[in-house]
Write a protein that binds this ligand. Structure first.
Ligand code: MIG
Length: 818
């Protein structure tokens, strides 16, 4: 991603400054390096808005590696470096970085000279045995977000500036609640919001790190690491979307997944034997409850042995999967990173021959108990050393047979890694990883083990099935892991507080670069009531990854498992998911380019509205839909904050002025949702699975505004043909004028020819029209009754004007005289 034209304006007012403690060692076209005692401090402009701060030693200087960042990533910059013996300053077109030499303190300013971030004067940077801690000023009016997959509040200031202390150490935490930390994923990245302006800090260090957000000491944010370098990136905004976009420029974006992966997923631990799985599939279709994917957990395996089917339960996987595909289902299978230690088992034999396994300090292969140790003939497991490129390649290729059998995606579990060794439930800290020429221990690799596992899986799927977009789900990962896999936050609990927790956890992941996320619907540990399951499904209507899952031995946890009344509501929720899939898919595509999450906290859209800063029981889907799912048992009302502006209630289209909290009356069927003025909501008729989508008509619900413009993306669904332009990007605009409203639908990119029979615009709030013109020619008025047969014309439907045309692959202008 090296971009050529680096603009370099160096104002070198000095060469080498001799002072007793600090030397300017060198200037580059991107920054400077200071030497102080045995350390080197490098300040590097990756772009005008991203500054890297790295403290290293001369011997380590060229040993610059990252598991998250492509270190060749650079944008053009315009910089100037100035300094004297007290301080050195770097200016870019967006930022000013000032380094005070003695004691060494770093401060960032915006270009107006307002201080954004600075080291705590008193504490600054402190080293201790193998580790360090860096303290930064934390102002009372700074809100803190992010840090990836975390429990607790969205706003990490907690309640009344109480603050949190979070640790990064991937951990298997069965049945966790809101007080448990760490859980499965480590993303040492946070956002700071102050007076509506945002910046971010990404500490790229995979050792155990921690973030104390004003908890130990009010007014101080301290990050610390048990090893590795002080190596962080300051990322300017000022709006939250720019910070997230830049953070994901650094660490990568989630690639566009196959469209089926955005449908509904039904899982449990475990569906077996084959007849049970087929019964589940048939029940979805018989009951006309839409779904795309069925999941096979560890009981599909012989003795929990990765890649080996249990042929008693699943005698002919290939035939079974082919039949399920006929019914419109995909099958995802679990693949854990713990091959069995057993001579004669190919992955073990090949792994020994190829030196693919993690080692003990004495050079022997490390082995430990995890699932295969629970088999009838118990065996320890060995663990691939995913830090080696050749091992990742080997492991990826092991999926060949599963894919040939028709498996559509892979579920990577247990990759914290979870190993049943007390007391930490993971590998010992001193196990050895070869790390492609930079041998190191579990202390550095633990937090990236899951990321490297999913990288092996993702790249394997790409190689083995080059025409299809891979789908991988993982439990553990690290910053940047969004490039390889969707993430679910593990073994949550079937209770109301876990449902409530899922929102801030998922939103926190979203602002930390992970946009393809979703929690186990209904909860994993324990048994949900019908009401809880129904509410959880509703709360997941816009969850990017939408999967019901539960632990072994619990009662049935499918949409129909709680009686007819719940079943009807659950069916309707899933019908809405599928009606809205064209929009959900389009938002996913936008997010795959921007990195801004689809499911986003209110502050991302409304950073200047203080009412949004700590609101974490509701969220925005994309930029236009506010979702306030019911999260309390027996609720009759739902308090909902509407940010400033004009909103429309989802079902009634009634308009409401925002900037206040409202109380919405709710029933068991309610999912309170509000649409922003000027929005366009894209829908299709109900389908039973995504395989039925390409021939559906599309309806653009246009919410009124003086003028507005929105874009939508669509393609055929699962291949990479969109890389070659086989997609459709449409722009929809509206403009209100004195005598008429003007609308336009315009192709903005791609040459995909949609096979939809017709498109419609539904003009919300436009109840009558004197005439409707399509490209300057009058359109026939249809009666709603005969409308379905008539492809071109306009009508009044449910009180609103609807305009319909069948020449869908052409641009059109619509004019409505009122
Ligand atoms: O030791 O594969 O979080 O989703 O069902 C438990 C069995 C292993 C943990 C996962 C869960 C999965 C379960 N796994």
């Amino acid at each position: 991603m090296l971009r050529p034209s680096t603009v370099f304006v160096a104002l070198l007012t000095f060469h080498i400054i001799e002072s007793n403690a600090t030397d300017i060692l060198q200037n580059s076209d991107r920054g400077f390096t200071l030497k102080r005692e045995e350390s080197l401090l490098s300040i590097t402009a990756i772009s005008n808005e991203i500054i890297r701060v790295r403290l290293t030693t001369p011997t380590q200087l060229n040993d610059d590696r990252s598991f998250a960042v492509d270190l060749s990533y650079r944008e053009p910059v315009t910089i100037a470096v100035t300094g004297d013996d007290k301080a050195t300053t770097l200016k870019t077109s967006a930022l000013i970085v000032n380094v005070q030499h003695q004691p060494m303190r770093v401060e960032f300013f915006d270009k107006q000279g307002r201080s954004l971030d600075r080291d705590d004067n008193e504490r600054g940077l402190q080293h201790y045995k193998n580790g360090w801690q860096l303290s930064k000023r934390l102002r009372d009016d700074e809100q803190i977000y992010g840090l990836g997959e975390k429990t607790g509040k969205l706003n990490k200031r907690g309640v009344a500036l109480g603050g949190y202390h979070y640790t990064m150490w991937n951990s298997d935490t069965y049945g966790y609640d809101s007080s448990v930390d760490p859980i499965y994923v480590s993303v040492p990245f946070y956002l700071v919001l102050r007076e509506g302006n945002t910046h971010g800090i990404f500490l790229d260090n995979s050792f155990r790190t921690s973030f104390d957000i004003g908890k130990a000491q009010r007014g101080v944010l301290t990050m610390s690491a048990d090893g590795g370098e002080v190596n962080y990136y300051f990322i300017a905004g000022p709006d939250p979307k720019s910070v997230i976009a830049r953070y994901t420029d650094l660490t990568g974006k989630t690639p566009l997944p196959p469209r089926w992966a955005l449908g509904f997923h039904q899982s449990r631990w475990s569906y077996f034997p084959e007849s049970r799985l087929r019964l589940i599939a048939n029940t979805f279709r018989d009951k006309k409850i839409p779904a795309d994917t069925l999941w096979l957990d560890i009981d599909y395996l012989q003795d929990f042995t990765p890649f080996i089917w249990n042929r008693d339960y699943f005698p002919q996987p290939q035939n079974m999967i082919a039949d399920l595909q006929q019914q419109g289902f995909q099958v995802v299978t679990i693949v854990d990173p713990h091959p069995k230690n057993e001579v004669g088992y190919a992955p073990y034999d090949q792994g020994i021959a190829g030196d693919h396994f993690v080692k003990n300090p004495d050079g022997s292969v490390f082995e430990g108990p995890v699932w295969p140790s629970n088999a009838k003939t118990p065996r320890n497991s060995v663990f691939p050393d995913f830090t080696r490129a050749t091992t990742r390649h080997w492991w990826g290729d092991l999926h060949k047979e599963l894919l040939a059998q028709g498996v559509a995606g892979i579920w990577n579990d247990m990759n914290e890694p979870a190993v049943w060794i007390a007391p930490h439930n993971t590998m010992p800290i001193d196990v050895q990883h070869q790390n492609d020429g930079y041998p190191t221990t579990q202390a550095e690799i633990h937090n990236v083990y899951g990321l490297l596992h999913t990288r092996a899986t993702h790249e394997g799927l790409l190689r083995l099935r080059p025409g299809k977009r891979p789908f991988v789900l993982t439990r553990a990962t690290y910053a940047g892991g969004q490039k390889y896999a969707a993430v679910w936050p593990g073994d949550n609990t079937s209770d109301w507080s876990s449902l409530r927790q899922s929102l801030p956890t998922l939103m926190g992941m979203g602002v930390s670069g992970f946009n393809f996320v979703g929690a186990d619907i209904g909860g994993f540990a324990g048994v949900p009531s019908g009401e809880l399951f129904t509410r959880w499904l509703q709360a997941s209507l816009f969850s990017p990854f939408m999967r019901a899952h539960t632990q072994q031995g619990t009662p049935d946890q499918e949409p129909w498992s709680y009686g007819a009344a719940f079943e009807a509501i659950n069916r309707r929720t899933l019908e809405w998911r599928y009606q809205l899939l064209p929009m959900i898919y389009s938002e996913m595509e936008a997010s795959s380019r921007s990195g801004v999450p689809l499911m986003r906290p209110l502050f991302v859209e409304f950073p200047h509205d203080a009412g949004t800063w700590s609101r974490d029981d509701q969220f925005m889907f994309g930029g236009d839909v506010l979702v306030a799912p019911v999260l309390h048992e027996g609720a009759a009302q739902r308090a909902t904050y509407l940010p400033k502006g004009k909103w429309f209630a989802w079902e009634s289209s009634q308009s409401i002025e925002g900037g206040r909290e409202i109380s919405v009356d709710v029933t068991l069927a309610s999912i309170p949702m509000f649409v922003r003025e000027g929005a366009v909501v894209l829908r299709q008729p109900t389908v039973q699975h995504t395989g039925e989508m390409n021939t559906q008509p599309l309806t653009f619900d246009i919410y009124p505004a003086a003028s507005s413009s929105r874009e939508f993306y669509s393609d055929a669904g699962d291949s990479f043909a969109y890389h070659d332009g086989d997609y459709m990007r449409l722009q929809i605009t509206q403009k209100r004028q004195r005598e008429r409203n003007e609308y336009a639908i315009t192709r903005r990119g791609g040459h995909y020819q949609s096979s939809a029979p017709y498109f419609e615009m539904r003009l919300i709030g436009v109840h009558a029209a004197r005439s409707v013109m399509l490209d300057g020619k009058p359109l026939t008025k249809l009666s709603a009754a005969h409308a379905p047969a008539q492809r071109d014309g306009w009508m009044i439907r449910d009180g609103d004007v609807v305009v319909r045309w069948s020449t869908i692959n052409r641009d059109h202008r619509v004019s409505v005289a009122h």
